[in-house]
Design a protein around this ligand. Structure first.
Ligand code: DC
Length: 233
């Protein structure tokens, strides 16, 4: 019997709901969660800390190879705590500026390759829900179920705005909209592992849908594969 832990990939642009929905899906299944964007964000923070420029490919790659990070599941608070070089940077890592820097350094092939095995090491039993930009196209091409979430840019900017506001971070909606558009453009047009659905991904437009409805839809897709007799886990 194949004991390779099953993977469900959830890719999509920022604000598509993939973070919240992947967490809920992982909870429902009792599986592990990989928030791959956090790795790029942590690398960006590490670069800032060590005064490495965001276009210094060699230095970024070497930082990525030795990145000292830990992901701790805070189940009570329903969030992951991100530890960089022994320091809890969970709040800082979520700032828009950090996401922007992460997007900038994520265009380099050697940086991405340096983070590849680290991402794959999250694949442990009973299974993994992996969210990001290239989970289904590059990191876990053999995933059992691939989901690609998207939504209109207006709605994604508004969701991000609400999310940051809830965390006490105040930003201007119009400039956030522009930042989301610029990040979309960079992430989807880069040469290496651009944001795009895998050919075998299920596309879900979450515009105007609430979290609970999207989760039901995702569970339907998962049940068709994960609980099918031939791939029971
Ligand atoms: O999902 P996020 O906002 O935390 O991701 C931050 C940036 O990291 C995103 O703009 C591009 C990059 N990223 C990536 O290139 N590949 C991934 N699998 C996840 C994130």
């Amino acid at each position: 019997m194949d004991k390779t832990p099953p993977v469900i990939t959830v890719d999509g642009p920022g604000g598509s709901g993939k973070g919240t929905l992947s967490r809920l899906l992982a909870q429902k299944l009792g599986w592990h969660l990989l928030e791959s964007g956090a790795l790029y964000r942590l690398l960006a923070l590490s670069a800032k800390k060590h005064a490495v420029a965001l276009d210094d490919i060699a230095a970024l790659t070497s930082l990525a190879e030795t990145l000292d990070v830990h992901f701790l599941q805070d189940t009570a608070a329903e969030r992951t705590r991100f530890i960089l070089e022994g320091i809890d940077v969970s709040d800082e890592v979520m700032h828009e500026a950090c996401g922007e820097s992460a997007s900038q350094l994520s265009v380099y092939l050697s940086v991405r390759q340096a983070l590849l095995e680290r991402q794959r090491s999250f694949r442990t039993l009973p299974g993994l829900v992996a969210e990001g930009r290239d989970m289904g196209t590059v990191v876990f091409t053999d995933a059992l179920v691939k989901i690609f979430l998207f939504a209109s840019i207006e709605e994604r900017a508004q969701r991000r705005y609400n999310q940051l506001k809830a965390q006490g971070i105040h930003v201007n909606l119009a400039s956030l909209h522009a930042e989301v558009a610029a990040r979309d453009a960079r992430d989807s047009t880069r040469m290496v592992s651009p944001l795009k659905p895998a050919p075998d991904a299920h596309l879900l437009d979450t515009t105007g849908m609430d979290i609970a409805t999207v989760l039901v839809r995702m569970m339907e897709l998962v049940k068709q594969r994960v609980y099918a007799p031939s791939c029971a886990v």
